[in-house]
Write a protein that binds this ligand. Structure first.
Ligand SMILES: [Zn+2]
Length: 232
């Protein structure tokens, strides 16, 4: 086992620890690897998990909790269900057919309006409040066509906007897997000893992944191309 820097629990702010990084964690492979990258270079880390009415939030939360614990961190849950009930689309809209990958306009069927913009803004608020400068989230190269808020130029612009929005902090928005395809992210996860059994990709809630939604398909193809067996 690698030697690790001291870790803190979810009560770290009460203990007066200075936070270094804030990570957006969804329980998927991309954010699991992003969290591992943050853990490699950070001291104290806040692992944020958002509830926003997504169908698999309980399972995602269990995954994030296990992933955070793997690195010696706690999970902090923020509930935005009421806010996102005002936003129409994708994972928060039960009328959307998620077996169709793309809507007619080329946007992913699972796209949720302004999700990353809201999440990054909140992460920046947490970071500014607790002295952290580093924000981490996990968009990947395969997301870029169908999700505008997963593009690298979006992340750069958000970083600038967040810095312009305060005179009290200078943020860096890290997106370590933004140029990687799923199989490359899986291989990096293996390298970083990420417990991939504690990740969930399926859009459906159930004991087993559905195997047919866009996210299950992407996951299956990623593991196959990586030559790695999916532990789920
Ligand atoms: Zn599925």
């Amino acid at each position: 086992m690698r030697s690790r820097r001291p870790r803190v629990s979810r009560d770290s702010e009460d203990a007066g620890g200075i936070l270094e990084s804030v990570v957006l964690a969804s329980g998927g492979i991309d954010s699991a690897v992003t969290l591992a990258e943050a853990a490699e270079v950070s001291g104290e880390v806040a692992v944020l998990f958002f509830r926003y009415g997504q169908p698999t939030e309980s399972r995602e939360a269990r995954c994030v909790e296990a992933l955070a614990e793997h690195h010696g961190y706690g999970m902090e849950v923020l509930d935005l269900t009421d806010v996102f009930s005002k936003f129409r689309g994708g994972l928060t809209d039960k009328s959307v057919d998620l077996s169709v990958h793309l809507a007619e306009d080329g946007v992913a069927a699972s796209y949720v309006p302004m999700r990353n913009t809201v999440f990054l803004s909140i992460a920046a608020g947490v970071a500014e409040s607790r002295g952290a400068k580093h924000l981490w989230f996990g968009p990947n190269a395969e997301d870029r066509d169908a999700y505008a808020d997963c593009r690298d130029e979006y992340a750069s612009a958000m970083e600038r906007a967040l810095c312009l929005g305060t005179d009290r902090a200078e943020f860096t928005v890290h997106r370590p897997v933004v140029a990687l395809e799923k199989h490359e992210i899986i291989l990096r996860g293996v390298e970083l000893e990420v417990p991939l059994e504690h990740t969930w990709s399926c859009y459906q809630d159930g004991d087993e992944p559905c195997g047919v939604c866009a996210s299950c398909e992407e996951r299956a193809e990623g593991f196959e191309r990586a030559g790695v067996e999916d532990p789920l």
